[in-house]
Every structure is written in structure tokens, then in C-alpha cells.
Write a protein that binds this ligand. Sequence first.
Ligand code: CU
Length: 69
Amino acid sequence: MKKAKLLIKSIHCNSCKMMIEEEVADKGAKASVDVGKRTADIEFDEKKMKLDDLRGALKELGYESEVIG
Ligand SMILES: [Cu+2]
């Protein structure tokens, strides 16, 4: 499993956290969102998906992200 950290500036509450975590789970990966820090720790299988595809799916929900780790 590959790990990445995203900064998602438009996270502002627990529903954002749930939306993002559910969307990432739907794509077959794992996300752990920290609402205070506005970050999402992502664990995904590089063979099955690209981080940019996941970021694209989040963007469609209104969450633009920046890869910070
Ligand atoms: Cu929110």
C-alpha cells in the first residue's frame, strides 16, 4: 500500500470528513481526514489506482487538494 497526504483547504466540518472518507472508500482506498489540520491521509494500491484519479474524484465533490506528503 502506498501512502500520501493531501491538504484540502475546503474541509471545514465533520460532514466534509465523512464525504471525503466515503468517496475514497468507494474508490477502494482508505482516507483518514483531520478536520482541524485540513489534511487527508490516504492509503491506496498503486497497481489499482492513481492518486491523481482519486484527487479528480474529490475535486468533483468540491474538494480541491494539494499533495503535501
Ligand atoms: Cu463541511
